[in-house]
Design a protein around this ligand. Structure first.
Ligand code: 5GP
Length: 205
């Protein structure tokens, strides 16, 4: 039976890179990544229909009214939605589907499809997250502060997802994600203990 994976993480945690790395694996040959619609401006390196389908607000709202989205949410002031028909038809053709969504979207999908596996990726600490946001050189200091305070809210929702992974080290987090998606064994105990410790530290901040 094809599976639906919904993966979320605070902005800057490395979710996109981890997902792309897992999708390069032979094990992922029957897995497809969903392409969402968004009203956000296209970034320089993004291709229409590959990164997103870029729509203006009227076109987005028309699709919303037509019931075309499996879920939708406003994230950092822009609208995002997952095309429902594509998800349903891809799964019915036997492909696993990965959706990379914010926490609000992930919760909506889990409510509609309880069999979906929700995966939340956490940074080892907010200090580490801040460093990554600064180093990726994409946002102003004001935006970074907004993203950090948003991250705290996201961790409160994401802590109840089916699986939690800590991105303290890219290769180890990649192995954790691969095992959650493609093996029946859970993440090893040492990694689970680390995640428990990091989560408790994030919730205390
Ligand atoms: P970005 O604009 O940086 O690509 O994404 C911003 C946030 O929106 C990320 O957390 C991303 O996972 C989330 N996102 C992307 N597509 C969708 C979608 O279709 N629905 C929801 N709810 N969130 C999305």
């Amino acid at each position: 039976m094809a599976q639906l994976f919904v993966i979320s993480a605070p902005s800057g945690t490395g979710k996109t890179s981890l997902i792309h790395k897992v999708l390069e694996e032979e094990l992922a040959s029957k897995t497809k990544l969903g392409v969402s619609c968004t009203t956000r401006e296209r970034r320089k390196n993004e291709e229409e229909g590959v990164a997103y389908f870029f729509l203006d607000e009227d076109a987005f709202n028309k699709k919303l009214d037509e019931g075309s989205f499996l879920e939708h949410a406003k994230v950092f002031g822009n609208l995002y939605g997952t095309p429902k028909d594509w998800v349903v038809s891809t799964i019915s053709q036997g492909f696993d589907v990965v959706l990379e969504l914010d926490v609000q979207g992930a919760i909506q999908v889990k409510n509609a499809y309880p069999e979906a596996k929700t995966i939340f990726i956490i940074p080892p600490s907010y200090k580490d997250l801040e460093e990554r946001l600064v180093n990726r050189d994409q946002d102003s200091q004001e935006t970074i502060e907004k993203r950090l305070s948003e991250a705290k809210q996201e961790v409160l929702s994401g802590k109840d997802f089916d699986h939690l992974i800590t991105n303290d080290n890219f290769n180890l987090a990649f192995l954790d994600l691969k095992s959650v998606m493609y093996s029946n064994t859970d993440i090893n105990e040492e990694r689970q203990a680390l995640t428990k410790k990091c989560l408790s530290h994030l919730l205390d901040q």
